[in-house]
Write a new protein. Sequence first.
Length: 224
Amino acid sequence: MDPDDVAYRKSVRNMVVVLAAIVITVFAAIFIPPYLSPYHDVFQNSVIYDSPFGFTMHLTLNSTSASPKGEVTLSGWLNSTYANIQNVTAADSWAFPQASLWERACLNGWPIGIGVMQGHYTRDNYTLGTLLLLNQPQSACPVNASPPQYFLFYPSPHSSEALVSVAGGHDLWLIQTDLSFGQNSLRQNALPGAPGPKGLPQGVYTAVLADEWGDVLTANFQVS
């Protein structure tokens, strides 16, 4: 066989091997769940996002690490982005099912919720994850008033107060939600192996703050 032909065939084989390796790597990065192949990083315990609707989302964690039987406290809130009151019309564009989010009990139309996913996700790929089912607060609530038609966010970086229209009148809401997440936060069979004697499965988890306008903010923590 001609030496040039042999060299050409060898070059083609090498190229096929390289392309196959690239395809396998990309496939694994996209389709292997992050909790099976966790992303290693220095996690932030406080993240902020400026919503295009004129308010800022805040999500904080009291710690970015916990033991399997420990807890991480998650806090999420909204406040005005600008130096004046922001009038935001109510919406129903949740990025997640509300039943999977931790919200404020007994307030119809509460605009934010907190959730947790197993695995490492960000605002760029959160749609690949699934929220863990949480034990919702059990309390006897009065008859709910109609949900607010709008929210007037006050212009203070240290306040999450908003004037809302409810039941034909007005009320002042503190738009903040807190969740102490641990193995007892999960519904039965929400996560294989938890709740159980060993606590939460080890690995990376993603905290999520979502609002009724479709905004999502994420932060990560490690259980080890």
